[in-house]
Design a protein around this ligand. Structure first.
Ligand SMILES: [Zn+2]
Length: 248
């Protein structure tokens, strides 16, 4: 009798450990599912992102859940926050192409120079950043709006320039039309604020503006790289909605 009782006392630790492992597995699995947007926005327990709202703590997941929901993207990517039209899906080389993409002409009250085709979550993040971070920063630092944004590319089927060679090659988010490179911002008075020319002016209005919007971009994009990331980004901001996280 006493032997059995002893055994029973020792056993409960095993089920509890298993329960804990199961709980960790479920939480981790849920994080992966929502972070990668595997559940389309319209079936997700999280509210659909609204471009009129700067967003809360689940904004990253709300943007991600647009990736596999063409129907919701058409409803979310609307005027006056963005002027965009759906673009056909396009598969190209392995790891490259686009799915659920839109041709963006304007976003956050600015014209895209030139217009670009990009995947839906990137378009949403871009409109949110321009409207809720870039325009308020322009108003604060210059007292006027940004009217256009000059980008130097979205789609480019290539690997990340990691310097680690072909064995460790990883496709750039540019290969999926999921990254945009932005070089300059034109203000309502015709003045241009350039990443290459003005980033180093850290104590002047231009430099403060660029640093403020670079920092704010990290709230909307998963990867934000600027001139201090490396030499390759000395003249533009790289903004993407890929799986990695970096804010440099
Ligand atoms: Zn880039």
């Amino acid at each position: 009798m006493s032997k059995n009782r002893k055994r029973r006392r020792g056993i409960p630790f095993v089920p509890n450990t298993l329960k804990l492992l199961l709980l960790v597995f479920l939480v981790f699995g849920a994080i992966v599912i929502f972070r990668h947007g595997y559940i389309p926005a319209r079936y997700s327990p999280f509210a659909t992102v609204s471009l009129s709202d700067p967003g809360g703590i689940f904004l990253d997941w709300q943007i991600a859940q647009l990736a596999n929901d063409k129907h919701t993207c058409r409803r979310v990517l609307r005027k006056p926050h963005i002027v965009a039209s759906p673009a056909p899906d396009h598969g190209q080389f392995p790891g490259c192409g686009r799915y659920n993409a839109f041709r963006v002409l304007q976003a956050g009250g600015t014209s895209m120079k030139p217009p670009r085709v990009m995947e839906c979550p990137l378009a949403a993040a871009l409109a949110l950043w321009l409207q809720h971070a870039v325009q308020p920063a322009a108003d604060e630092h210059f007292g006027i709006n940004v009217t256009s944004v000059r980008n130097v590319g979205v789609y480019n089927c290539r690997n990340i320039r990691s310097g680690l060679g072909k064995i460790f090659a990883i496709r750039s988010e540019h290969g999926r039309s999921n990254a945009i490179d932005i070089a300059s911002f034109r203000l309502a008075n015709g003045r241009t604020i350039s990443v290459l020319r003005d980033w180093s002016k850290r104590n002047e209005t231009e430099g403060k503006f660029l640093r403020a919007i670079h920092a704010a971009a990290c709230n909307y994009f998963r990867v934000t790289l600027g001139p201090e990331a490396n030499e390759a980004h000395r003249d533009h901001f790289h903004l993407d909605r890929g799986p990695l996280r970096s804010c440099r």
